[in-house]
Design a protein around this ligand. Structure first.
Ligand code: ATP
Ligand code: MG
Length: 352
């Protein structure tokens, strides 16, 4: 039981390899919170992965690999409760119940949904709205994930801030209508990071094919970084600040992401040195790329080594997944039953 400890929850979809956005937007905080002694639930969101599925994928295989990467990044299944979303099928039941207090208009204003819809509008021949009910309902499922374990805080990257706010709103509406049953989580910290893609897109993403991955070997790292577009000469910077949050958005987008990564990985003097070159308009992109590639590979090396450690095999992952599903189920069922009672249908008469 969590008792007086602060309850943390966060999830990641098994849609590909973990990348630098996932690490600096989420996993780094997961490890910090775990080490600070909070009660942490970290799950692999395989139901969520289905909301954008286009053809059959092996989500189970990807889940195992992702969990081995979690462990390699410092998440410890003895300290944190790491589980798989679909091993808690009552999450789907809570999603259904929460759907009754969620307006469609609110969901239609969701940024992920709106982005997908606007991309479709640009696709020739697309008619009507072919997006799924599951995709529109993504924030309700995410609210169920958070509320089912009575989480206090949800450490996520900036791209997920709006979804956490929707969960807060859904919990408040439920409590207002049916009584104080659900714990309303705290908002996402203002410092949450959003790392752009190597192609300059606003967000690096597993499904965007624009990511630098934690398991990339040195050759792949160099190839990906060399391919980042740096044809635009340095633009004059109209600020004195060296803060990467301030300067990188003022650079050509693809150059900005190189600086953002350098600021996260290299010592401060290396970052300042390259920023000085930028301000002076020197020709330096080649050295910037090779230097950055070295820092990235050095960061990845121990993660790759721990990922391949035989002690972190699939069997090891399966064992803790089973054990943790057993631990989290009673906590989750207690919330679902409390919601059923509050809504007037009463407790389930039998559960397998
Ligand atoms: P997909 O493209 O399949 O949605 P993703 O890369 O967006 O994958 P998610 O599993 O959706 O990853 O998100 C996992 C966590 O990583 C979330 O907390 C999310 O906020 C964070 N995250 C994802 N991309 C970034 C990014 N570019 N910058 C910062 N945080 C990110
Ligand atoms: Mg995502």
């Amino acid at each position: 039981m969590a008792g007086e400890q602060e309850v943390i929850l966060s999830g990641i979809r098994p849609t590909g390899q973990l990348h630098y956005g996932n690490y600096f937007g989420a996993i780094r905080d997961f490890v910090r919170l775990q080490e600070a002694g909070h009660y942490c639930y970290y799950f692999i969101a395989d139901y969520h992965a289905l909301t954008t599925i286009t053809e059959k994928e092996d989500f189970f295989r990807q889940t195992l690999d992702m969990l081995r990467t979690y462990v390699a990044c410092g998440l410890d299944p003895r300290k944190s409760l790491i589980y798989r979303q679909s091993d808690l099928p009552c999450t789907a039941e809570l999603t259904l119940l929460l759907g009754m207090v969620t307006n469609i208009g609110h969901l239609e204003r969701g940024t992920t949904y709106k982005d997908k819809l606007s991309k479709l509008a640009e696709t020739p021949g697309a008619e009507g709205n072919p997006l799924s009910y599951g995709l529109l309902g993504y924030p309700v499922l995410m609210a169920a994930d958070i509320l089912i374990v009575r989480a206090d805080k949800v450490p996520v990257g900036d791209d997920q801030r709006q979804h956490v706010e929707m969960a807060m709103d859904i919990a408040q509406k439920f409590n207002h209508r049916f009584g104080e049953v659900l714990k309303v989580p705290a908002p996402v910290s203002r410092e949450a990071l959003r790392l752009p893609g190597l192609d300059g897109a606003a967000k690096m993403g597993k499904s965007e094919h624009n990511a630098l991955d934690l398991l990339d070997d040195p050759e792949t790292v160099l190839r990906k970084i060399k391919a980042v577009q740096t044809t635009t000469d340095p633009l004059p910077l109209d600020v004195e600040s060296d803060d990467p949050d301030v300067v990188s958005p003022r650079m050509p987008t693809t150059v900005g992401v190189l600086y953002r990564l350098l600021s996260l990985l290299a010592p401060e003097d290396v970052y300042s040195d390259f920023l000085g070159k930028y301000r002076r308009g020197e020709k330096f992109y080649n050295t910037l790329k090779t230097t950055l590639a070295q820092y990235v590979s050095a960061f990845n090396a121990p993660i790759i080594e721990r990922f391949n450690d035989p002690a972190h095999s699939d069997d090891f992952v399966m064992d803790f997944l089973r054990e943790n599903a057993r631990k989290v189920t009673p906590v989750a069922l207690a919330t679902v039953e409390a919601c059923r009672e509050a809504m007037g249908i009463g407790r389930a008469l039998f559960r397998a």
